[in-house]
Design a binder for this molecule. Structure first.
Ligand code: GTP
Ligand code: ZN
Length: 195
């Protein structure tokens, strides 16, 4: 699937007219094209399924280290900054920090790929909760490990710049899978590392 930029341009022009603007004035003439280009960039992830994203960033290393049961331990990447857009208002989710943890099961994933997965998942119309479950599903697919956790903190433009306007409100969501859900000590250890 590809984003239909011509359709987006047409509709953005319609929105400008509906707002009472003149879409042919100097400053707005190129706006529909600019917005279509921007949408192509920030909504690129809509064109791909979670399986597609897993294939895209499937760079793993098989290391003897993680075959030994006693060496299986938490790998955590935190403070991955991210933007997304809420599916209810198309408003920006910003100041987002994503943390992704997993326990390697024979395979280890290239670290940059974790951030690339988060980035692509953010390029969809999202719920903060679903960003977590999508990242967890893709991580499980690539690493073949059930034990994955995703913690996200973020601010929602639809709550800070309009509506209720709670400018300091932050939302924290957690997605715990496998042992991170069932083993409370492991979960506590992760939260200590996350702090
Ligand atoms: N759970 C969840 N809710 C979200 C997210 N992004 C936006 N929302 C909420 O989606 C809801 C949509 O509610 P509606 O009542 O249909 O929309 P609205 O009339 O604009 O609501 P207000 O924002 O309360 O003015 C709002 O409560 C938003 O805060 C998200 O990532 N997760
Ligand atoms: Zn919203």
């Amino acid at each position: 699937m590809k984003i239909d930029k011509a359709e987006i341009e047409k509709h953005i022009k319609g929105i400008l007219i509906a707002l009472g603007e003149n879409p042919d004035r100097q400053g707005l003439k190129e706006t529909p094209t600019r917005v279509a280009n921007m949408y192509e960039e920030v909504f690129q992830g809509i064109c791909y399924t979670n399986d597609d994203i897993a294939d895209m960033f499937n760079k793993t290393f098989e290391d003897d280290l993680y075959v030994e049961e006693e060496n299986k331990d938490i790998v955590l990447m935190k403070d991955i900054d991210l933007f997304s857009h809420c599916e209810h208002h198309l408003a920006l989710m910003y100041n987002m920090k994503v943390a992704v943890a997993y326990i390697p099961n024979k395979k280890i994933i290239g670290l940059s790929k974790i951030a690339r997965i988060a980035d692509m998942v953010g390029r969809r119309l999202q719920l903060q909760e679903r960003i977590g479950t999508d990242i967890a599903e893709i991580m499980q697919n690539i690493t073949k490990s059930e034990d994955v956790a995703v913690i996200i903190e973020g601010e929602h433009g639809c709550m800070t710049t309009r509506g209720i306007k709670k400018t300091d409100a932050k939302t924290v969501t957690t997605t715990f899978r496998g042992k991170f859900k069932t083993d409370i000590l492991l979960n506590n250890r992760l939260m200590m590392m996350y702090k």
